[in-house]
Design a protein around this ligand. Structure first.
Ligand code: PMV
Length: 343
C-alpha cells in the first residue's frame, strides 16, 4: 500500500427505549437495551490511511476542520482495541476528519455516532484491503469497545444489544429487531434542547456508580424483563404500552442517578415542566405522545408520524418557550450508516 486509502461514512446516533446503565469489564452490558436509530443526527467521518513507522496506529483528528488533540486519547484507545480485528492497523497513520450535524451537549449521544462512523470507515478500508464483504456484525462488535451504545448505531430501525432470556441478542454486538409493527416504522423523535451546558457527571462515571448501587440487581432484572416486553410491544404495535414502558425506563434511569452514592441529578426544572405539560396534554387529548430522556436534561418527544401536525400545532406552542433559544431538533427513525461516495 503506497497510495493513501480513504473511506467516508455517515453514522447516526440512536435513542434507547430500554436503557443500558451499568457495565462489566470490556464494555459487557449489565442488561440488554433496545434503541432506535435516528436520521438527521449523525456524524460525518472521513478517514485517510497512510503508511507510518510506529508499530501501533497513529492518528490526527480534525473536528470541523480544526485539529483536536484532546480527542486523540479516546481515538487511540479505540484503535488499540480495533487492532484485534484489523492487524493491518499496525504501522498505519489515520487522518480522521469529522463533524456532527447536531450540536454538542444536545441530548444526543455523540459518542455513539462518532464511534460508529469511525468503525464503519475502518471496516470499509478492511474490505478494500482484503477483498472481503463489509461485515456489519464485526463493525458493531468493534464499535461496542469504543462506546457501548455505538454498537446499536450500526443498524437502522429498532436495535437490540445484550442477550435476552429467550436466547436472542448478544452482549458483544447489536442485532436489528426484525419484527416491528407498521405502527412503529415512522417514529418521530423531537429533541427539546432544555439545557445545553456540560453534564456534571459523565455517562462513564454514571455506569461506574452502578457497581455498588443498592438497586443495581433489581434494576438489571427489570431491564432484562423490559427488553422482552418491548419486543412484544414492537410486534403488537401498541403505542400506549410502548409509552408506558418508555417513560418508566427514562425515569428509572434518572432514579438510579438520584440514588447513586454520591447522588446526582441531571434533569433541570424545565425537564420536569415539560413532562408535566406533556402528561396533562395526553390526559386532556388522549394522543399517544410520550417522552424519553438520555443521561441528560434534554427531553426526547416520541410519537408516530401521523401525530406530527398535532404536536406542531397544539403541543409545541405550549412548551417551546422552555427550550433554549426555542431549539428543537426534529428527528425521526432512520436506516443506519451510509457510505459516502465522493464526486
Ligand atoms: O454508551 P454510553 O456509555 O454513552 O452509555 C449510554 C447510556 C444511555 O444513553 C443513558 C442509555 C443507552 O442505552 O443509550
Amino acid at each position: 500500500m503506497s497510495e493513501p486509502i480513504t473511506a467516508h461514512w455517515h453514522a447516526p446516533s440512536n435513542i434507547a427505549i430500554v436503557k443500558y446503565w451499568g457495565k462489566f469489564h470490556n464494555q459487557i452490558p449489565a442488561n440488554p437495551s433496545i434503541s432506535f436509530t435516528l436520521t438527521l443526527s449523525y456524524t460525518d467521518t472521513k478517514v485517510t490511511l497512510t503508511e507510518a513507522k510506529e508499530q501501533l496506529p497513529t492518528a490526527d483528528v480534525f473536528y470541523e476542520g480544526v485539529e483536536k488533540p484532546d480527542f486523540l486519547p479516546k481515538v487511540l484507545k479505540f484503535l488499540d482495541h480495533a487492532m484485534a480485528f484489523y492487524p493491518w492497523l499496525a504501522r498505519k497513520h489515520l487522518k480522521i476528519e469529522t463533524r456532527n450535524t447536531f450540536p454538542h451537549s444536545s441530548g444526543i449521544a455523540s459518542s455513539a455516532s462518532a464511534i460508529a462512523a469511525l468503525a464503519c470507515c475502518i471496516e470499509d478500508i478492511h474490505s478494500l484491503l482484503t477483498f472481503t464483504p463489509f461485515d456489519r456484525q464485526r463493525v458493531s462488535h468493534m464499535a461496542r469497545l469504543g462506546s457501548g451504545s455505538a454498537c446499536r448505531s450500526i443498524y437502522g430501525g429498532f436495535v437490540q444489544w445484550g442477550s435476552t432470556a429467550d436466547g436472542a441478542g448478544s452482549d458483544h454486538f447489536a442485532i436489528p429487531v426484525e419484527q416491528v409493527h407498521t405502527a412503529f416504522l415512522d417514529v418521530k423523535d423531537y429533541i427539546l434542547i432544555l439545557h445545553s451546558g456540560k453534564k456534571t457527571v459523565s455517562s462513564s462515571a454514571g455506569h461506574g456508580l452502578m457497581k455498588d448501587h443498592s438497586y443495581a440487581e433489581p434494576r438489571f432484572q427489570q431491564a432484562k424483563q423490559r427488553a422482552l416486553a418491548l419486543r412484544d410491544i414492537l410486534t403488537s404495535g401498541d403505542w400506549e404500552m410502548f409509552i408506558r414502558l418508555m417513560e418508566s425506563e427514562a425515569l428509572t434511569l434518572h432514579a438510579m442517578m438520584m440514588t447513586s452514592d454520591p447522588p446526582y441529578i441531571l434533569m433541570k426544572p424545565n425537564t420536569l415542566a415539560v413532562i408535566e405539560k406533556l402528561w396533562q396534554f395526553r390526559s386532556d387529548t388522549g394522543y399517544q405522545i410520550g417522552f424519553t430522556l438520555d443521561a441528560g436534561a434534554n427531553l426526547h418527544l416520541i410519537f408516530p408520524a401521523s401525530l406530527t401536525h398535532i404536536v406542531e400545532r397544539d403541543f409545541l406552542p405550549e412548551i417551546q418557550y422552555l427550550c433554549e433559544q426555542n431549539r428543537i431538533i426534529r428527528d425521526c427513525i432512520g436506516d443506519g450508516p451510509r457510505k459516502i461516495t465522493e464526486g
